[in-house]
Design a protein around this ligand. Structure first.
Ligand SMILES: [Zn+2]
Length: 405
């Protein structure tokens, strides 16, 4: 018999101030429980009539492991059609690690939506702010944002448990500030999906989020998920699922909830330019790769500092970044940014530097020369030293350098 993911039962459980949507699963004969927690005031919008939330959240895993998905509980008819005819055949063809599987469950074409709410996630990053701010006070009133969401479904570490929850709570704190400033209610969703996956979420992140939202499909008629890239970079063969988000979200939409891949029309630089018009971003914009505060040193922080610099917006973001430190070593920082972008692997650098080159040609060329003659060789030496020295010696060296800073 072929390996299988059997969705045995779906139930709704009330506890403390949460409503838990639980799926009892049998994965290759091993019993597991997968759940999503929603605030109890949204309990009546939690959908336990269909397997939609779990079928979508878990199908990337099922395809990677070659597990047929089986259940006697119905799936939305739209989802069934889209998964069988597009998602499964296309991804098993173009993704090296995805296998062809079967979806064996009955269908239901009911539309359960009763609130017509419109939501998007709030992570306080560039793309997230773009999606939020684009959908406030818009012409098409049925598309105007009514709720913000923050969820713990994999972006806070593949480990799950306490580790992910700790980082999630840090993000919730910032999300609450945005929610109160924009006067939009915030829905906090927690899950144990990570414990079922135990893998990095780059091949499944979009469907994990869509699954969590389908669990509350009676509330949301529309939900916006920020596109990782602009449409020109769409790539169905990429290992990062953000690169084919539009396809994912067409597939994940059902009779009750339609997903949109927002920001597809704009490059990252254009999105930054847009969000700098809104004061809510000034003290909350967070882009760092290292945690919930901007370190000002990693590639993502440097990109954002560079973009804000060429947009002449640095002074507005003093509460989000150590702008004084950036300006104190401005030329070296810009040269470092130039080094990161020397081969323009990320389009963002190209956009930052094309503006920089036009507006300050002398500084641009100075930074380019420093990047090639000083920073590039230094980074190569650093990499070499890292390779040959033991880790504890490197740690000591780093401490000494930090002291001198
Ligand atoms: Zn950083």
């Amino acid at each position: 018999m072929k390996s299988q993911m059997y969705i045995e039962a779906i139930s709704k459980q009330e506890y403390e101030s949460k409503t838990r949507l639980v799926a009892s699963l049998k994965i290759d004969g091993v019993e597991k429980e997968c759940w999503f927690d929603y605030p109890s005031e949204y309990s009546r919008y939690v959908c336990d009539e269909r397997i939609d939330a779990f079928a979508i959240a878990l199908i990337p895993l099922a395809m990677r492991k070659g597990l047929d998905i089986k259940s006697s509980i119905p799936i939305s008819e739209k989802l069934s059609y889209q998964l069988r005819n597009y998602y499964i055949p296309i991804l098993s063809k173009y993704q090296k690690t995805f296998k062809k599987i079967k979806l064996l469950c009955p269908c239901s074409s009911a539309n359960y939506n009763m609130k017509g709410a419109v939501g998007t996630g709030v992570s306080c990053g560039n793309d997230s702010f773009y999606s939020i701010l684009k959908h406030i006070d818009i012409n098409e009133k049925d598309f105007q944002l009514t709720h913000l969401v923050t969820m713990n479904v994999g972006s806070f570490g593949y480990q799950g448990g306490e580790f992910s929850y700790y980082w999630f709570q840090k993000e919730v704190k910032k999300a609450k500030m945005v929610s109160s400033e924009l006067n939009l209610p915030l829905i906090e969703i927690n899950s144990n999906l990570m414990e079922i996956y135990q893998e990095n979420h780059s091949f499944s992140g979009t469907f994990r989020m869509a699954g969590a939202i389908l669990g509350i499909q009676k509330l949301f008629s529309k939900y916006y998920i920020s596109a990782g890239v602009d449409i020109k970079k769409f790539d169905i063969t990429s290992e990062v699922n953000d690169d084919y988000d539009m396809f994912n979200l067409l597939v994940a939409s059902n009779e009750s909830t339609t997903f949109y891949s927002t920001g597809l029309e704009a490059t990252r630089f254009e999105r930054t330019k847009y969000i700098t018009r809104y004061t809510v971003t000034y003290d909350k914009l967070t882009v760092c790769m290292c945690g919930n505060e901007n370190c000002g040193k990693c590639a993502k922080c440097m990109q954002m500092l560079g973009a804000l610099y060429v947009l002449n917006q640095l002074s507005n973001y003093k509460k989000s970044f150590d702008v004084d430190k950036f300006e104190k070593h401005k030329i070296m920082n810009l040269a470092k940014l130039r080094y990161y972008g020397l081969w323009y692997k990320t389009h963002f650098y190209k956009e930052i530097y094309s503006v920089f080159k036009q507006e300050q040609p002398f500084t641009y060329w100075l930074c380019t020369v420093i990047a090639i003659t000083i920073i590039y060789p230094t980074e190569m030496i650093k990499k070499f030293v890292k390779k040959i020295l033991p880790e504890n010696v490197i740690k000591k060296l780093k401490k000494i350098i930090k002291k001198d800073d």
